[in-house]
Design a protein around this ligand. Structure first.
Ligand code: SF4
Length: 212
């Protein structure tokens, strides 16, 4: 099978298992909430973030609210998260920039988003993909990186390099769902601790399969 056919076969099988467009598990009702939830997500699982944002979204509604928040209060509100002090600082500062320079609207490009505090390419890609349906890159988190390596789509450990490999190999109109499909597999059969190849939908085509 050539590479294009392999990538297509991977996506077709993942789609059949996890749905055409699996969405982020981070709960949000609008772009502001999406931005905040994704900004808070690094080094935390989605459940932890959802637990914290449940109360947070009742107290703060706009970027002005976050920008004007008392930093001690905001730290308390984010207390259930890893690195909550740093995240409180990032959130307050970034919200101030979005409220001021961008008129309260979440920016629509990786270049603008990554100027904000606490926003790297992964966070920016999730916001663009989920919030605007824009495919400027591919969000590579720990699951996406690990599964990409096991599938032979990248050899790299650096997420930026994995993203480049995926962008070269996956057709552009598939970028946004590729990340979520690989993440779904990485949370299901192909976890960091375990490769449950016998029940994996890719077991017959994956080069790392233990169940061919
Ligand atoms: S076949 Fe095994 S190694 Fe390959 S993606 Fe599935 S669980 Fe991971």
């Amino acid at each position: 099978m050539d590479q294009a056919a392999y990538v297509k076969a991977v996506l077709v099988r993942l789609e059949a298992r996890y749905g055409k467009h699996p969405r982020t598990q981070l709960r949000h009702r609008n772009l502001t909430e999406l931005f905040v939830a994704v900004l808070l997500s690094p080094q935390c699982n989605d459940k932890q973030v959802n637990k914290v944002t449940e109360g947070l979204f009742r107290r703060y509604h706009t970027f002005d609210d976050y920008a004007g928040a008392d930093i001690k209060e905001l730290r308390k509100d984010l207390g259930g998260l890893n690195y909550y002090k740093t995240k409180a600082r990032y959130l307050k500062r970034s919200a101030g920039i979005v409220a001021g320079r961008f008129g309260g609207k979440v920016p629509k490009s990786i270049a603008e988003l990554t100027e904000l505090y606490g926003v790297g390419r992964k966070v920016a890609n999730v916001i663009l993909n989920e919030g605007y349906g824009i495919d400027e890159g591919i969000a590579v988190d720990t699951h996406c990186g690990r599964v990409s390596r096991r599938l032979g789509l990248s050899r790299h450990r650096d997420p930026a390099m994995v993203e480049l490999d995926l962008m070269r190999k996956v057709p552009r109109d598939e970028w946004s769902r590729t990340s979520n499909l690989l993440i779904a597999l990485g949370r299901d059969a192909c976890t960091a601790r375990n490769r449950e190849c016998v029940r994996c939908t890719l077991r017959k085509i994956c080069p790392s399969s233990l169940a061919k």
